[in-house]
Design a protein around this ligand. Sequence first.
Ligand SMILES: [Zn+2]
Ligand SMILES: [Zn+2]
Length: 515
Amino acid sequence: MKLTFLGAVGEVTGSNYLLENDRKYLIDCGIFQGKSETENFNPFPFDPSQISAIFLTHAHLDHSGRIPKLIKDGFKGKIYSVLPTIELCEVLWMDTVKLMKEEVERINRKNQRSGKPLIEPLYTEKEVEIAMKIFEPVPYDEIIDLKDIKVRFRDSAHILGSSSLEIWGNNTKIVFSGDLGQWESVMEGTPALIEQADYVVIESTYGDRLHKSLEETREEFRKVIEEVIKEKGKILIPSFVVDRAQRIIYELMLLEKRCIIPRNFPIFFDSPMGKKITEIYKKYSSLLSQELQKYFLELEDPFSLPNLNYISSVEESKSINNIETGIIIAGSGMCTGGRILHHIKHNIWKENTHMIFVGYQAQGTLGRSIVDRVKRIHVMGEELTVNAKIHTINGFSAHGDQRDLLSWAESFQTNPLFIITHGEPKSAEALSFLLKSRGYETLMPSLGQSIDLNKKEIYPGKESPKNEWQELIKDLENHISLIKSQLISPPSKESLDLLKATLILLRNIKEITDD
Ligand SMILES: [Zn+2]
Ligand SMILES: [Zn+2]
């Protein structure tokens, strides 16, 4: 067997692995977000028509979002995943189609006026409809025999339907962690432990960080909420619509039960998909944690509150710009698009606004800039000053922390080689260091790199200069924002001269790229 790394290396998004035995398979086929998002438009570095099947670990778009594009480009195989993943994907993909269509129309109107060529969306409803027909639902914990390989899906407790994969082929066993939840995740319970493998591809999102305990996390959340209620401000919570939003609603319910949130305090879940996704969670409540199942058994809905408003239409969404106080939960989780943007535009410059980040913010995203305390940001073509108070509550993350990742890794009894992916370099390096210090062998692959799993031979990959370009531009923009925000008194002559020199360099770059 041979494994090639085609995404989620040196970053968290774009998960995509090519596994070759007698036939070719993909593990996940996700979109790139943040610094590498232009990669989504590039052709796949393999022939999609030659892929027999995809094993999909979970519905998050950075794992599933390019599957309809794969179909558009000729994929004719099957997609294996557990049932809730299939239902979540349909909602997420249809929403993506709608957003892409609007975006492409907007760009094409501009391109038409300036005589530039028109662009096409990554995919349309047609490819999503085909995808829904080629899904093959599989149960957790059962071995599926595909002749040249065998596969088993195990619950990874990250979101509803999330899986780790065990794959056997040619006398070798490889395990893919998928995204791993916290050791005792409030939403999904504990990730399945696996004892045997020759190779383990492990995620490393929080490889360098520890979350606060559940009690501390809940206290942190309570304090912010109480402060806002007292000062009659607004809370914006950018959140993934799948899982994180339901978790937040559940936490708000707990606070309401304790009378910390008044029963008339306005709470909005502003997402056209919100209701549908929450319904899927309720439908598969038997897969959720014991803590949540208790509510369902007592016929109580943990994702419902008397003062929670599900907002669907754009008009309704706009109307909540004018409310004075309340909590708004909206996507996207990393502020890369979606309705959270217009709430940011209308509120982030106000001092009584609080933003609570409850999920991972990838490099190059607007969410990351805000978390990194950039003072001036650009949203929907406008420059805004950040006066809101920013809070990061990692304890609510759907990802395990360093301790959780190590505990999961240490359940292997066979001394496998750990291949570390799905993390920024410093997180991957931290996890690698800790695994090595425990006597394990590790590998941090680069993009395009392959490994022969039978001979344990590694073939080099290639770096993408395009990625670096995007990253540098973002970095430059952030620096300009920072300089602008610090410019109170007149700058020194030295600074001014350097700035003039920078301008000359930028002009030179523009001339070269124009050619
Ligand atoms: Zn995920
Ligand atoms: Zn992920």
